[in-house]
Design a protein around this ligand. Structure first.
Ligand SMILES: NC(=O)C1=CN([C@@H]2O[C@H](COP(=O)(O)OP(=O)(O)OC[C@H]3O[C@@H](n4cnc5c(N)ncnc54)[C@H](O)[C@@H]3O)[C@@H](O)[C@H]2O)C=CC1
Ligand SMILES: CC(C)CC(=O)C(=O)O
Ligand SMILES: [Mg+2]
Length: 372
């Protein structure tokens, strides 16, 4: 298979972690005889510096013409610390999601047996956690009308959802639940928000078409508590944009580091793969950022294109690095290994398991396929 992959390294540690993901894709090319055509383009703060805009037209065109986008991270303290900045790196990512129609962001949350003591949560609470968050990605408060009065003393952001925006991701989430533990939890704030009440109504109706899936509801404040009190109760969590953003960072505490959590953003025509973390500017250039979230995003990319064996080989190599302790300092403060060495180890361990393909009973601990 030939795939055109747009590489958007972005800011902070984005380029460093993305470079490790590309190493792994090159290992997949060599080992499995696939063909990936890479083209790189600027996005975020670096693009603002070069062109004045966080998503230059040429970058957007490249993404639209590619089969997939592999994204690093964007963001820079220069903008984070300037509330008056009119142009911001994050606008580039939001516009990209919107322009590519990436309405569903899929974020698996797992506990890995060798990392149980890396989480501040009790082992018995997190052991066996395996859920996936379906976060709506192109609507809600991040995209609603923004207002600031002329005096700069009153501001608002509108949270708006249409039935169609809710139903298209709800169908994806129900289908995912059907293939997993058959449970879907809608996280909302329907006791307060009109938009959440629409979510409940639409999701309840769609649930009738998926009778094998048990549907339940949680208010987001309670969900934030339940995710760390009893994460094993969850299978598929469906939620709106901002709630999904927040609870997925919270969920990363279960795994032991946000540097492990990958994501896929999908729409009708396009797909983008990125770690859930940001640009981690404190680590820029220090070779300490965990590249695994970015590498597992590659596994999600491969799954998305039906390259299941290749995806499995990537996950298996990640599993090996975790089990052998070839990890960055976020997972072991005494670690001798940097971003590059972990990337090298994983890429080197991507091997062909063609004749030994036991996806369902192989003893690796990175969950089953998450892309439907
Ligand atoms: N998708 C994206 O590109 C995102 C961009 N951002 C942007 O990133 C910048 C920094 O935001 P923060 O709130 O500090 O979030 P962040 O996710 O960049 O970092 C928060 C903390 O998570 C840990 N961390 C993050 N990535 C890691 C990695 N690969 N390995 C090990 N530890 C890691 C570090 O302890 C770090 O202090 C901001 O400008 C923000 O707007 C934030 C989230 C997502
Ligand atoms: C620009 C932000 C909305 C990015 C973010 O925090 C995320 O997608 O997780
Ligand atoms: Mg986030």
């Amino acid at each position: 298979m030939t795939l055109k992959i747009a590489l958007l390294p972005g800011d902070g540690v984005g380029p460093e972690v993305l470079a490790q993901a590309v190493k792994c894709l090159k290992a997949v090319e060599e080992t499995f005889n696939q063909h990936f055509i890479f083209k790189e383009a600027p996005v975020g703060a670096i693009a603002i510096e070069k062109t004045g805009t966080p998503l230059p037209d040429a970058t957007l065109t490249l993404c639209k013409e590619s089969d997939a986008v592999l994204f690093g991270a964007i963001g820079d303290p220069k903008y984070d610390n300037d509330p008056d900045a009119k142009v911001r790196p994050e606008q580039g990512l939001l516009q990209l999601r919107k322009e590519l129609g990436l309405f569903a962001n899929i974020r698996p949350v797992l506990s890995h047996p060798t990392l149980l003591d890396k989480s501040p949560l009790k082992k018995k609470v997190i052991n066996g956690t395996d859920f996936v968050i379906y976060r709506e990605l192109t609507g809600g408060i991040y995209f609603g009308e923004k207002k600031l009065n002329p005096e700069g003393t009153v501001a608002s952001d509108l949270c708006e959802y249409s039935e169609n925006e809710i139903s298209r991701i709800a169908h994806l989430a129900f289908k995912a639940a059907k293939g997993r533990k058959k449970k879907l939890t809608l996280v909302d704030k329907a006791n307060v928000l009109e938009s959440s009440r629409l979510w409940r109504k639409v999701v309840t109706k769609i649930g009738e078409s998926y009778p094998e899936v048990a549907l339940d509801f949680l208010f987001v404040d309670n969900a934030a508590m339940q995710i760390i009190l009893n994460p094993k109760q969850f299978d598929v969590i469906l939620t709106e944009n901002m709630f999904g953003d927040i609870i997925s960072d919270e969920g990363s505490v279960i795994g032991g580091s946000i540097g492990l959590l990958a994501s896929a953003s999908v729409g009708e025509e396009n797909a983008l793969f990125e770690p859930i973390h940001g640009s981690y500017p404190q680590a820029k250039g220090k070779d300490i950022a965990n590249p695994i979230a970015s590498i597992l995003s590659v596994a999600m990319l491969l799954e998305h294109f039906g390259l299941a064996e290749e995806a499995w080989a990537v996950k298996k190599a990640v599993d090996k690095s975790l089990k052998k302790g070839i990890v960055t300092p976020d997972l072991n403060e005494n670690s001798q290994y940097g971003t590059n060495q972990v990337g090298d180890f994983i890429a080197h361990n991507i091997v062909d398991i063609e004749d030994d393909f036991r996806m369902n009973d192989e003893n690796i601990d990175l969950g089953k396929s998450t892309i439907i």
